[in-house]
Design a binder for this molecule. Structure first.
Ligand code: C2O
Ligand code: CU
Length: 519
């Protein structure tokens, strides 16, 4: 398996708000790799964003690349992961960002920080799993286990003695830093016998939210305060998939919270009871209760650019010789399946002014207006267009994107993620978005600031941001299979007028593409 410094999960990076962190990535594996700092805005410096064929060509075996992780206003938890093929399955770790040394947390100082990374495990080689999946065009095989900090937990028969354990002292408060690093599933997370307080998500603080469960999307982070206030004993913390459809028997992945002290260890310890695996309301409700810590945040009030993106899974004709005449699953936004370039990356093409790598005409609205959430719509099931297209934004444009999830078959959630920015989630609902009646209900006072938002199945979500970070920024569904199928696009944000509104120059060791020839 592919690991970083021989560790799985990889090392946690501790930093403070405003730090510059320099990471030397040395590829001593036998495959290409890129590393992405998920949620770090990288102001004016997309060169270190680490997105394969979007901001760089891959680091080849034997090569190295010095990446600058430029922290600005992020505070809380973020994470890093591979951003080439499916390598992120084993190549990831947490980024813990503390307040500047002279500044307090907006809550009593926690006794300790506990990174909790929810992951996923295949017994086989992930590269092979991916190739079989992309060749076949169906749903990927369900993985063999989910993990907490690299261990499935003792409900899986193979791993009892390696179950991850954390010890706590009665009366102390711990800051748990939850990361969902799984490939294709939103997860429910609970702790037996305890309630907790959510205080942050995606590297920004939230109003304190008391709850006994969270729903966390792939890519998302959630910070929660856990008070060790129950009778000293052992308790399970556990994560289980939320998924719509299918007959899922899914074993929760577990870790153990063990209080310090003398007591009889319960056997087995109590297990939390979860919402049903297909409980869309439980998943969407949790997310819709998140609020920014501050009131009157700087959410753009006047939108200069309105974008409306439909998120669809499509049935497209299979083009491989083995399957001609049949159809396969693809995914699209506004019916466009984005193909990444293969000869050079988009950032390099943009910066160097190389023509012919991408088109600047990503559709701002879907080609057809239809009832998005009605079952089995002909348009939805038809083939998508395929192109390497981007959307170009002038510096400082205020943007609203409404994501509309469409219904192919049963419809699924889509955890959408934007690089280079945080955005305010100003509204969401089930069914079709209504441009007349929905916007008056937006929350423009204290919407949560996020970088990942699960757009619920057969529903919509509206986000707003100000395009004041010049560069080339990927936006995609963080379900790895949907990303592979083409549910992705790129924003190019142009330079502003002032010197501090322009891209910084690239570093000298930027990984180069093998073939300088362009298609
Ligand atoms: Cu977790 Cu494109 O990123
Ligand atoms: Cu998706």
């Amino acid at each position: 398996m592919l690991t970083i410094n021989g560790q799985y999960p990889g090392p946690t990076i501790y930093a403070r708000r405003g730090d510059l962190v320099i990471v030397d990535v040395v590829n001593s594996a036998h495959q290409n790799i890129t590393i992405h700092w998920h949620g770090v805005k990288m102001r004016r410096y997309p060169w270190s964003d680490g997105t394969n064929y979007v901001t760089q060509c891959p680091i080849r075996p034997g090569q190295s690349f010095r990446q600058r992780m430029i922290l600005s206003d992020e505070e809380g938890t973020l994470w890093w992961h591979a951003h080439s093929d499916w390598s992120r399955n084993t190549v990831y770790g947490a980024i813990v960002i503390l307040p500047p040394i002279t500044q307090p947390f907006p809550f009593p100082k926690p006794h300790a920080h506990l990174p909790i990374l929810i992951g996923e495990w295949w017994k086989g080689d992930v590269q092979q799993v991916m190739e079989e999946f992309l060749g076949g065009g169906g749903e990927p095989h369900v993985s063999d286990a989910f993990l907490i900090n690299g261990q499935p937990g003792d409900l899986y028969p193979c791993s009892t003695q390696d179950t991850y354990k954390v010890s706590v002292e009665f009366g102390k408060t711990y800051l748990m830093r939850l990361v969902n690093a799984v490939m294709d599933n939103i997860m429910f997370f609970k702790i037996a016998g305890h309630k907790f307080t959510v205080v942050g998500t995606d590297g920004a603080y939230t109003k304190p939210l008391m709850t006994d469960y969270v729903a966390i999307s792939p890519g998302q982070t959630i910070d929660l305060l856990l008070e060790a206030n129950q009778p000293p004993s052992q308790y399970y913390m556990a994560a289980r998939i939320y998924v719509v459809g299918g007959e899922y028997v899914s074993t929760p992945t577990t870790a153990i919270i063990e209080y310090v002290g003398n007591y009889t260890v319960p056997s087995p310890p109590p297990l939390p009871s979860f919402p049903e695996y297909n409980d869309t309301a439980a998943s969407a409700d949790f997310t819709s209760r998140l609020r920014s810590l501050a009131d009157n945040v700087d959410v753009p009030k006047n939108v200069m650019k309105n974008l409306f993106f439909t998120l669809s899974v499509n049935l497209s004709p299979c083009t491989k010789s083995a399957c001609v005449g049949t159809t396969r699953l693809m995914a699209s936004m506004n019916n466009l399946t984005m193909l990444l370039p293969i000869t050079t990356d988009i950032l390099h093409a943009y910066y160097a002014g190389i023509d012919g790598v991408y088109d600047s005409n990503f559709p701002e609205f879907p080609p057809l207006v239809f009832n998005y959430t009605e079952d089995s719509i002909a348009k939805n099931e038809s083939a998508s267009e395929m192109a390497t297209a981007v959307s170009v934004l002038e510096y400082d444009t205020t943007v609203e994107v409404v994501f509309q999830s469409t219904n192919f078959g049963r419809g699924v959630d889509h955890p959408m993620h934007l690089h280079g920015y945080s955005f305010y989630v100003v509204g969401s609902g089930s069914g079709d978005f209504d441009a007349t009646t929905d916007p008056p209900n937006y929350n423009l006072l204290d919407p949560p600031l996020m970088q990942n938002i699960a757009v619920r199945r057969n529903g919509w979500t509206a986000i707003r941001f100000r395009a004041n970070n010049p560069g080339v920024w990927f936006m995609h569904c963080h379900f790895e299979r949907h990303l592979s199928w083409g549910m992705k696009m790129v924003f190019i944000v142009k330079d502003g007028q002032r010197p501090d509104e322009k891209l910084l120059p690239p570093p000298p060791d930027m990984p180069r593409c093998d073939t300088p020839t362009l298609r």
